[in-house]
Design a protein around this ligand. Structure first.
Ligand code: MF3
Ligand code: CO
Length: 257
């Protein structure tokens, strides 16, 4: 079921989103060679709980941490570990959710560890850009497949592929609500977007082929060909005009970051 939020509910989601942005920004600033992914997870957990929120990935379908940390060919759902020490030249996606006063926020970004290759930086950049390209069509009256079509076209034109096995999603009181928001497809299909809908748009982009597999830990999704992948996600409020990025407060169209 797709839930449309009223203005009081949207205000709460805005608070949750702003907090998540603040927390993820602080965790991202901590990424550097020598840091373990478990340290990043601890920091995310400490900051969310210090602010009175619940790190909602922790225990979600049994996920064992507060933050998903996915390095290099890991696409999403990487499990933080004290044995995973970040090395210069790697890239890491930080994907976190929090629950504040009954409302969820969900956002992800991919950051370089120290100095990275031009190819790695370009993958990070194109992944983020594909999100903002999709945002252009995320408005009332358009259809959900217009989003995925835009992501797919944007990244394939630049030699990359959009992972198909995982999708964006609606969000609200639950982390995952309807509709499903794929990152590929033909335009003009699926649910019609309406003001008050809140959805997570989250391109997961691979440098090589779009096929993925899950490691034996039951969570970590990696590219089948072992090539790099990147992820970028925001919780988005659909309006009659420009969408609002609940997890990027103050964003105005054209100020892509
Ligand atoms: N943040 C993820 C998403 O975008 C959800 C992670 S589920 C978890 O949907 F269990 F791995 F945390
Ligand atoms: Co999500």
């Amino acid at each position: 079921m797709i839930t449309v939020k009223n203005s009081a509910q949207i205000a709460k989601m805005r608070d949750a989103g702003a907090m998540l942005h603040d927390v993820l920004t602080q965790v991202a600033a901590h990424v550097q060679p020598g840091v373990t992914t478990k340290e990043l997870d601890h920091l995310f957990q400490k900051l969310t709980t210090a602010h009175g929120a619940i790190p909602s990935c922790l225990g979600y379908e049994g996920f064992p941490a507060s933050l998903c940390t996915s390095v290099d060919s890991q696409v999403v759902h990487g499990i933080p570990s004290p044995h995973t020490v970040l090395r210069e030249g790697q890239i890491i996606s930080l994907d976190g959710c929090l629950l504040l006063d009954g409302w969820q926020a969900d956002s992800a970004l991919t950051v370089p560890v120290g100095k990275v290759s031009e190819e790695a930086q370009r993958l990070i950049d194109v992944t983020r850009e594909s999100f903002f390209a999709a945002l252009e069509v995320a408005k009332e009256g358009n259809r959900v497949s217009d989003i995925g079509h835009t992501v797919q076209r944007y990244v394939e034109a630049r030699g990359y592929s959009a992972v198909r096995a995982l999708c964006g999603h609606g969000i609200g009181r639950e982390m995952h609500e309807d509709p499903s928001v794929p990152n590929y497809g033909v335009p003009g299909h699926g649910v019609r977007l309406r003001r008050g809908m809140t959805i997570c748009i989250e391109p997961m982009i691979a440098a090589g082929d779009y096929h993925v597999r899950t490691l034996s830990d039951g969570w970590t999704v990696v590219t089948s060909d072992g090539k790099l992948a990147a992820h970028y996600e925001h919780t988005v409020l659909i309006t009659e005009g420009e969408p609002e990025l609940l997890t990027l407060p103050g964003y105005r169209k054209g100020e892509e970051r």
